[in-house]
Design a protein around this ligand. Sequence first.
Ligand code: MG
Length: 451
Amino acid sequence: MGKLFGSSGVRGIVNSFLTPEKACSVSLAVASYSQAKKAIIGRDTRFSGLMLQEALISGLLSCGVDVKVLDIVPTPVVAYLTKELGANIGFMLTASHNPSQYNGIKIFDKNGISYSDEQQQSIEKRIQEKNYRLADWKNVGKCTKTDATHLYFEKLKKIVNLQKKWKIIVDPGCGATFSVGPKLLKASGCKVTVLNAQPDGNFPARASEPTKKSLRDLALIVKALSSDIGIAFDGDGDRVAFIDNDGKFADFDRVLAAFAGYVLQKNGGGTVVTNVETSMCFEKIAKGHNGKVIRTKVGDVYLSEAIKKNNAIFGGEPCGAWIHPQVHYCPDGPLSAKLLLKALEEKKVTLNEFISEVPKFITLRENIQCNNKNKTKIVKSIEQKMKKVFPNLIETSMVDGIRISLENGWLLIRASGTEPIIRLTVEGESLKIATSIVERGNKLIKENSEV
Ligand code: MG
């Protein structure tokens, strides 16, 4: 990727990497590139949001684009409303699950789909060349505030109707779902108790990334109040995590696989998409429901592209980013939460029972130090030697690093995008199998690093 854009737009520490000048240059370039007439902007709860929002607005207005400001809303709401309000572009100011010193800019096209790598590269080139199309002074754009979240609510109401009065604890973690998350579930007839629902960009209650560790309080409260489920979102609400009815964190891979299985069963089969790092329990479940699995690079943009291209019925990553193409191609935490509740209702099970059908495997991870210059070359050189070290390999994929499937496990070797390391991820049906794969993978990387 370029200097400015990563796989998920622009992201970095505010006023060190991401300055108002940079934000303004992004909006100037996007407006010039897309020749947009109308844009919408949303942001998460970070303190730097307003500062960067004004910079984006300035660039857009100067190119003659009319801007509608949504204020604090989740990322999926921006994606959905970009299309629904007939805007040519949508901007979301967020650093997702990163700590509060970070912020970022995600860009959506008129269909609410994230800008692709190619589109981002075109923007980056324009910024380098300062190739902007400023409007005549009489034709600068107009800026208005608008609240259109009701359109998102109406759509979700049409898509899924809950029958049961679920007893839920919702934890927006002081992020962008602070209002939309609890409201949506209350409007669905659930009995909702909220936790950490004050908007606060310092994320004082818990880390903005929902993990087993950061959701400890939520887990305790679900148990103490004998609730049916705990639901937590990340900083911008495109990810969701669940606490089961026993107060236990629902494993990301297993709940994703169980939900994919449910969608496949409901549709009588179809294609489902996930990334190269997801547990093989995803295939095991999909296979049992007449499903075809496509694996992509890590990053929701790649999943969206694959879902669209292959007409898939569902896609998700094991960080809680689930995409439901019947609504849109943006991962959507609140929608995922509602659809999971519907799945539990239809199957008449608790979350614990829902996940129990998914097999449990052992995952091991190792990082091997390697200088930045050589890491990609080393990963490439390993490819030819795989067959010798793993004679029983069933399949090799080069979608993102090298990933090989074995009968009772798999191995993934990837050069880190940001650090001087090679990442080794292994999964096996037992600890013994996983350890044996790790040992062979580790040896292979080390031998090739010395050459
Ligand atoms: Mg996010």
